[in-house]
Design a binder for this molecule. Structure first.
Ligand SMILES: Nc1ncnc2c1ncn2[C@@H]1O[C@H](COP(=O)(O)OP(=O)(O)OP(=O)(O)O)[C@@H](O)[C@H]1O
Length: 236
């Protein structure tokens, strides 16, 4: 079998003395959508930051398509095909929507995503292209953040907490765009506290608790009661 597109191999990641990931492994096959779920503090965002190069593991490796990228800075990983829509969106508030998108394309690879394609994916974003990003609603800002990541034409798209602070109907609209993204062959690693949403969009689900995997399996076969117990760390 070929190597997974993303292979996180036994990474230990700490903030000072506080170990957030004591030795976590995650693999995502090319074309697959994996959802990482888990309660607050489980280590989901830490894992994404480690994959995109904002955090360095003390031990272990991050590999993309078999290449060790552990030592590469974040911008070099974008050029290799890893792009993230971060928790809290992190747009440049005073820049226009279009300028935010263009920033995402700074180290773009060749591929299907450009301004026109993002505007087609999110028509509301197109209508607001000249407005400062700060003037958009939370859902619109989230769409811009996803669009900004797509502008890099990633092989691996990292989505951190798309649902954060948004009404369920808005979350559903955003996730409705996902099949058109994965339809381009993009591999997706999504972090989501909304387990139902995660299970609806993912091929596979991996549940973390205190930096460790407590349950994983195909989304359609995973037992919801077992997942709820794993999520909250309830021994059964
Ligand atoms: N900048 C930081 N400095 C110190 N500790 C941190 C920092 N960021 C996260 N942590 C700690 O690392 C652990 C994992 O946090 P992380 O944010 O990765 O969890 P999470 O699963 O993404 O949760 P959330 O949904 O709250 O973001 C927690 O114990 C958290 O307190």
């Amino acid at each position: 079998m070929s190597a997974p597109l993303l292979e996180v191999d036994d990474v230990e990641v700490a903030y000072g003395d506080a170990v957030a990931l004591p030795g976590l492994s995650v693999a995502v096959a090319e074309g697959e959508t994996l959802a990482l779920v888990g309660a607050n503090g489980a280590g989901k965002s830490t894992l994404l930051r480690t994959v995109c190069g904002l955090l360095r593991p003390r031990r272990g490796a991050v590999r993309l398509d078999g290449d060790d990228v552990t030592a590469l800075p974040a911008h070099a990983r974008v050029a290799r095909g890893i792009a993230m829509s971060p928790e809290g969106r992190r747009l440049f508030p005073s820049l226009s929507v279009e300028e935010n998108l263009l920033v995402g394309g700074y180290a773009r690879r060749r591929g299907p995503w450009d301004l026109a394609a993002v505007y087609e994916l999110f028509p509301l974003v197109a209508e607001r292209r000249s407005r400062p990003a700060a003037n958009l609603s939370g859902g619109e800002q989230q769409a811009v953040a996803i669009g900004r990541a797509l502008m890099a034409n990633p092989r691996l798209l990292l989505l951190d907490e798309v649902s954060l602070g948004l009404a369920p109907v808005v979350v559903a609209q955003l996730y409705a765009a996902l099949p058109r993204i994965t339809g381009q062959g993009t591999t997706v690693l999504v972090v989501e506290q909304d387990v139902h949403q995660a299970m609806a969009v993912a091929d596979r689900v991996q549940c973390l608790l205190e930096g460790r995997t407590v349950l994983e399996g195909p989304a359609e076969r995973i037992d919801r009661t077992a997942l709820a117990a794993a999520y909250f760390g309830v021994a059964r």
